[in-house]
Write a protein that binds this ligand. Structure first.
Ligand SMILES: N[C@@H](CCC(=O)N[C@@H](CS)C(=O)NCC(=O)O)C(=O)O
Length: 203
């Protein structure tokens, strides 16, 4: 199994984290996204959107971090991570949508702006980030895990919430979010995501 990824990519880390937690080996292929390796003709044949991560599993090639998480859970029959009952499945998919929506255009975008551009983080990105943090903190006050038990939902949200301070988003007023991050970091086989200079300066 090969994972085309980049060490600075939270979407890539999401997949690496899940593979590590289920103790499945993967070979990482580093894609230099700053030099545009994800836009070469060869790469576009794997993912026409020209994005990482991409998983290659024999003849199977899948782009999109959340799609890869679903593939892996299904392939390994891990109904603990992706329940099959209608409500359990819907609860996980709700958070996968939030990861691809409010999280991607909020905390992930804030970090990307601070890391890769000299421009300030736009106001709408900041307000979207705090709106999601308010929702997360309220929900995590009621339960330890996003859907009530540890699932792909927690994995999909973890990385960019953990590194929100790198985008200038302050987590100190969100105690339940912080406890949830620690809970994930305490799992056996947890692999950390890189801390960038922007994050270290913010810490
Ligand atoms: N929805 C995609 C988003 C992936 C994404 O935004 N990847 C970024 C790196 S974190 C990327 O490939 N950026 C380079 C580009 O878009 O050219 C997923 O979940 O995998």
């Amino acid at each position: 199994m090969l994972l085309y990824s980049n060490a600075l990519s939270g979407h890539s880390h999401r997949v690496r984290l899940f593979l590590s937690l289920i103790n499945h080996p993967v070979e990482l292929v580093e894609v230099d996204i700053l030099r545009g390796e994800q836009k070469t003709n060869e790469f576009l044949k794997m993912n026409s959107l020209g994005q990482i991560p991409v998983l290659r599993d024999g003849d199977v090639v899948i782009g999109d971090s959340n799609a890869i998480l679903v593939y892996l859970a299904k392939k390994f029959g891990r109904v603990d991570w992706l329940p099959e009952d209608p409500l359990g499945a819907a609860q996980v998919h709700r958070w996968l949508s939030i990861a691809a929506g409010e999280l991607a255009y909020g905390m992930a975008a804030a970090r990307r702006t601070r890391l890769f551009s000299a421009k300030p983080v736009p106001e709408d990105v900041i307000s979207r980030s705090y709106a999601l943090l308010n929702v997360l903190d309220e929900e995590l006050e009621q339960r330890d895990w996003l859907t009530g038990r540890l699932t792909l939902a927690d994995i999909a949200l973890y990385t960019y919430v953990a590194r929100a301070p790198e985008g200038g988003i302050d987590l100190t007023s969100y105690p339940y979010v912080q406890t949830w991050l620690c809970r994930i970091e305490s799992l056996p086989h947890f692999v950390p995501f890189v801390k960038t200079p922007a994050g270290l300066a913010a810490a």
